[in-house]
Design a binder for this molecule. Structure first.
Ligand code: TPU
Ligand code: MG
Length: 565
């Protein structure tokens, strides 16, 4: 046999379009890593730790559609599983592969290193089952092909993470050859009868409304329905808003786009239009406490169609086994050539929506740096090929305010909300999409969790621009609930990044305390092509967006609800 379990896995990775996989070495996965290295179509990329490795893969999946992370047993995998929980929450197919104890040790009563010290090594698989859509343990080459194919197929279909553990003595064992990849990647079509019924029901719903609107949610990409949503918006001519987490999932230069719907953090006039509308088509939306601003902005009831990746609900009807994109195309076809359902768009214009508010004048060069000037600067460098990662904190709202030209993308992790996610995720994304203008906006508190992954951007010479907002603490937490725990130890962030250079790195760390210093730093960053540039932007602790203040108050109120009687 010319394949091994490891080279079989590598070939499947390459066949599903992974040009890279992320790894941290450990003795349970070394032979597996050797096997993966044999495949020249899927490069091995290293991370500083397994949490970051998981998040790097998560970010890569955002750029590339899927990803893989390879770690060692328990000490590695349990850290990576946090990021896998994140991939589940964020609907990203990340395959976590863990090296595992020798197959002869399973059931032997032996105590092994890197375990909790009992002879049952099954706990990691049991944990992984809770956090993935498919999880398998491979202890023999005999059934490795079907187990590997099952895991990858399920992850790609469900857009969820999956898990494979491979006994360390099995990854190099001879294995049968992979069959055609279509067996793994072909999705079943929508059920025709259900699709027809769903299209009819949703079309009738819209026919019955005078003032419908479309709300775009963050699962639209996982559903593969972004282009279909544009076609539906074109057919209806109504207003379209994006939820907080779904920024850039609908083109902002589309004539129907009115901005973000996010309670008091909504774009101007959007709440007015949503209050006025008589029907909401919610496409791939996640309504949680954050996105509904503490349950105060939660569209629900008879006037809402909830159309998700493969389930659509309206009134007392529920349809499943249909792809959202097929539903949207069916409804768009129904309305093609009919009178536009554009009342919400006319009203939006009537009440002054879309009228550009003149930007405040740029400050003098020597003026102390403000959040507002950071915002202006970010806006000035966003191009159609830009991707911005917005970390948890006021970065969410700063990025949310940024106007995007067609093609520009924003990546958020609002369902999982792990501070520090953005640094490794931006690294993984930049590995997958190195020619885009990759910009990261991250707070000082978040950066301290995962800062070391900037070293991997330096190692791979990725020209990521990092705006590090040093506001001396956890301002988002200050706005939700303040206390001494929201103060953090200050770092010399610019020096931290320079220290990663050691002998050969080309990363740059700059510090801006005035408007002029930020302008200069950004010029340097744009010209720097062989490594990341971190610009430490020093602003006062309370210099935050008004959205953060009002959103924080609503979330705090929801958190503080007393137990029900
Ligand atoms: O803009 P700003 O100052 O709010 O951002 P920064 O400095 O990054 O602070 C973020 C503060 C924060 C915390 C501590 N936001 N959420 N949390 C709670 C939290 C704790 N641990 C993890 C892993 N994730 C969290 N979201
Ligand atoms: Mg901060």
């Amino acid at each position: 046999m010319s394949y091994t379990v490891g080279t079989y896995l590598a070939e499947r990775f390459a066949q599903i379009g992974l040009k890279h996989h992320f790894a941290v070495a450990g003795d349970y996965n070394l032979v597996l890593l050797d096997q993966l290295l044999k495949n020249k179509d899927c490069e091995q990329v290293y991370c500083c730790n397994e949490l970051n490795c998981g998040f790097s893969a998560e970010g890569y999946a955002r750029a590339n559609g899927a990803a893989a992370a390879i770690v060692t047993f328990s000490v590695g995998a349990l850290s990576a599983l946090n990021a896998i929980g994140g991939a589940y929450a964020e609907n990203l197919p990340v395959i976590l592969v863990s090296g595992a104890p020798n197959s002869n040790d399973h059931g032997s009563g032996h105590i092994l290193h890197h375990t909790i010290g009992t002879p049952d090594y099954g706990y990691q698989l049991r944990i992984a089952k809770e956090l993935t859509c498919a999880a398998v343990s491979i202890t023999s080459a005999e059934d490795a092909p079907e187990k590997i194919d099952h895991v990858i197929r399920t992850a790609l279909r469900e857009k969820k993470p999956a898990y494979i553990e491979i006994a360390c003595n099995v990854s190099g064992q001879p294995c049968r050859a992979p069959g055609p990849i279509s067996a793994v990647v072909t999705e079943p079509a929508s059920d025709a009868a259900t699709l027809k019924a769903a299209v009819a029901a949703v079309s009738a719903f819209i026919e019955g409304k005078d003032k419908p609107v479309i709300l775009i949610g963050s699962k639209l990409r996982a559903a593969g329905a972004e282009a279909a949503a544009v076609r539906l918006a074109d057919a209806l001519g109504c207003s379209v808003a994006t939820m907080g987490a779904a920024k850039s999932f609908f083109p902002e230069d589309h004539p129907g786009y009115i901005g973000a719907f996010w309670g008091s953090a909504s774009s101007p006039k959007v709440n007015d239009i949503f209050n006025w509308a008589d029907g909401i088509l919610a496409l791939g939306c996640i309504f949680n406490d954050y996105s509904t601003e503490g349950w105060t902005a939660w569209p629900k009831g008879a006037n809402v169609v909830n159309a998700d990746k493969d389930v659509t609900k309206l009134g007392d009807l529920s349809f499943n086994a249909i792809h959202l994109r097929d539903l949207l195309d069916g409804v768009a076809k129904h309305f093609a050539g009919k009178a536009k359902k554009d009342a919400t768009m006319l009203q939006y214009k009537q009440i002054g929506g879309g009228v550009a508010v003149p930007a405040p004048e740029a400050p003098a060069k020597e003026a102390k740096l403000t959040r507002e000037h950071i915002q202006r600067t970010l806006q000035s460098i966003v191009t159609p090929d830009t991707t911005i990662f917005g970390e948890t904190g006021d970065s969410w709202f700063n990025v949310s305010r940024t106007k995007l030209p067609r093609g520009a993308r924003v990546e958020y992790e609002m369902q999982w909300g792990h501070i520090g996610w953005s640094v490794p995720a931006m690294f993984g994304y930049a590995v997958g999409a190195p020619t885009r203008r990759n910009i990261l906006m991250v707070g000082d508190g978040s950066f301290q969790l995962t800062a070391q992954e900037v070293a991997q951007m330096t190692r791979r010479k990725l020209p990521v621009i990092i705006f590090l907002i040093n506001n001396a603490g956890y301002t988002i937490e200050v706005e939700i609930h303040d206390g001494p725990y929201n103060n953090i130890k200050n770092w010399d962030y610019a020096a931290v990044v320079e220290s990663f250079n050691a002998q050969d790195g080309k990363g740059k760390g700059l510090r801006a305390t005035t408007a002029g210093e930020l302008d200069e730093a950004v010029k340097t960053a744009l010209a720097h092509k062989d490594g990341p540039v971190l610009i430490e932007c020093v602003i006062p602790r309370d210099d935050c967006t008004s959205e953060l203040i009002s959103w924080g108050r609503h979330v705090a109120t929801a958190n503080a609800r007393p137990p029900a009687q």
